[in-house]
Design a protein around this ligand. Sequence first.
Ligand code: AKB
Length: 313
Amino acid sequence: MKEKILVIGAGGQIGKELVEELCQIYGNENIVASDIKAESATPCVFEKLDVMDAQGIAATIKKHNVKEVYLLAALLSATAEKFPEKGWKLNMDGLLNVLELMREKVISKLFWPSSIAVFGPNTPKVNTPQYTVMEPSTVYGISKQAGERWCEYYFRRYGADVRSLRYPGLISYKSPPGGGTTDYAVDIYYEALAKARYECFLSKDTVLPMMYMPDALRATIGIMQADADKIKIRSSYNLAAISFSPEEIAAEIKSHIPSFEITYKPDSRQAIADSWPQSIDDSEARKDWGWKHNYTLSTMTTDMLKHLSEAKK
Ligand code: AKB
């Protein structure tokens, strides 16, 4: 049986599009999609799987002769603040379950996403370096930082080929995000088209690092396809594309929909956003394995509005 690739968390914002992309590249028959939720339409085989269920993961991996895993199941920042214990357990145990399979050499390569949430209020906010103060103040950030340490530990101690990126906020039109602080930058497009107005849960000048999904998919598959000796950082790479505030994205949308209006009503997510960087220095990723982003705020907005308007027809 051919060696397969398993995506855990295939029903989420990244998972859904990543499965499609991997199927295009490697063929539907070589990909296994899995999620805790019942099957959504996937071009490849689907297995219902809970990332907390170590035995279930091992059985699925054995059944399909999986050698490569993308572990995307996680509780994001805002949801994890509501359920801190669950956030910690899911984000940590899920990772350790898969890392153990790497130690046992059942699988040979793992992608695990970290986040800009590993940084905290004492981190330099502009052009945040790869190596700097990291004192995350959210349970999500704490779990991602601990996860990074575990990834590096398994690499050094057991030679586990783990690859990771610190994702910024991700913007996409195929599958909505859920429970994140950067989700406003997706919601705003839907509301702009539906109602020409949006009430933002962050203040107008809250600048955060963001990225359009096609770039995020290229980065994710790019780091997995890179030769192992090019991957010098085994905790997680800083990754960047664009940075903007709600006011700036609103102005960009207004250039397409002149009647669009934005209002601001910051909620508990403001404190999370305030603890994160505004922009990221990702020169290590660019140097080591050739990372380069394509989309700007302007080209992303044109593309988002085009696809969302087409979907409405
Ligand atoms: C979130 O807002 O929680 C995520 C992230 C930046 O990791 N999008």
